[in-house]
Design a protein. Structure first.
Length: 325
């Protein structure tokens, strides 16, 4: 079914495949959508591994409860946002707000938790309320990005890998706390998680936590075996922030980059040239495809195949998220 629908699409159209009740010759209720996804889950996973995303539109999803019904019923293993780096609220179970960064901020594109060894394979986004203006979710194909990056950048990132550094306070300070990040108040649970994901950790005298995660910058997809740009170096780098925020960070922490709430270096601890980050972000911006949200939309995406972000917006906007491993 998925292949048939994909073949009907104009090959020049780079937007996600849109599936509506009319394409399926079925009902438009939540139960109809659940039955379709579960009945075609293997094909959907394969399609997502190659195409990145599917947009389901017109299936009577009106409330947070409707979304939770769909997200919980899909025969995937939902996972918590433990080790996360984006401000979001856990609503219930494994349903979260997509992000809570201020509306006027652009959220750079990224593959969720690619700095961790426990990332979601797939993600399900739902738009309960679209913004009055803006608020699109841009997507970027990680294989396409890798193919367009200059060879010297790809070679350096591939050979050296990356070291992500985070300093998580114990309840008061800049950036997230370790309690919020790991969704627990128990140090033993944090330590067990870090050991399981091969993350180096140090408890500091002020009860804060320093984490270092050594990860590759490029990985192969487990289904397609496609080589993918899969990292969050640009998000962790100080040049990701507005100039005034960069200045404030430098004033506060000085030249000791490793003491900042977050930082990234190459795996050998050498600094990453900001010019490299600028090139990566420039190419990403050129090839990203914004998803224009309508109320009730669902976007099912492969987290390794595509990155996602958020455009600035005006008005209220409610986009929810469930992640699957």
């Amino acid at each position: 079914m998925i292949e048939t629908l994909r073949n009907k699409k104009d090959p020049a159209d780079r937007n996600p495949l849109i599936i509506s009740p009319s394409e399926l010759s079925t009902g438009s209720q939540v139960g109809d959508l659940i039955n379709f996804i579960n009945g075609n889950l293997d094909d959907i996973r394969k399609d997502l591994a190659h195409s990145g995303a599917i947009l389901f539109r017109g299936f009577a999803i009106h409330t947070k409860e409707d979304f939770k019904t769909v997200a919980d019923a899909i025969r995937e293993e939902a996972m918590p946002y433990a080790d996360g780096n984006s401000p979001r609220t856990k609503l219930t179970g494994n349903t979260y707000t997509s992000t809570e960064f201020p509306a006027d901020h652009f959220i750079s594109l990224h593959s969720e938790l690619s700095y961790s060894n426990l990332w979601p394979d797939r993600m399900l986004f739902c738009c309960v309320q679209p913004a009055i203006e803006g608020g699109e979710t841009p997507l970027c194909d990680n294989a396409a990005l890798l193919s367009l990056l200059p060879g010297e950048i790809v070679e350096e990132f591939s050979e050296k890998g990356l070291c992500y550094i985070r300093n998580l306070h114990a309840g008061f300070g800049l950036g997230p706390s370790w309690q919020k990040t790991f969704e627990t108040e128990e140090k033993a649970e944090v330590e067990a998680f870090c050991k399981r994901t091969h993350s180096e950790f140090t408890w500091n005298e002020d009860e804060s936590l320093t984490i270092r995660q050594y990860r590759p910058a490029i990985r192969n997809h487990p289904i397609s075996n496609e080589r993918l740009w899969f990292n969050q170096a640009d998000q962790f780098h100080i040049c990701n922030f507005e100039p005034e925020v960069q200045e404030a960070i430098l004033d506060l922490y000085g030249d000791d980059a490793s003491s900042r709430p977050q930082h990234v270096t190459f795996g050998d601890h050498s600094e990453i040239d900001p010019a490299h980050i600028s090139v990566i972000r420039s190419i990403t911006d050129q090839i990203m495809i914004p998803v224009q949200w309508q109320a009730g939309d669902l976007v099912y995406l492969d987290n390794m195949k595509v990155m996602h972000g958020r455009m600035p917006y005006k008005g209220d906007r409610t986009v929810l998220l469930t992640m699957y491993k």
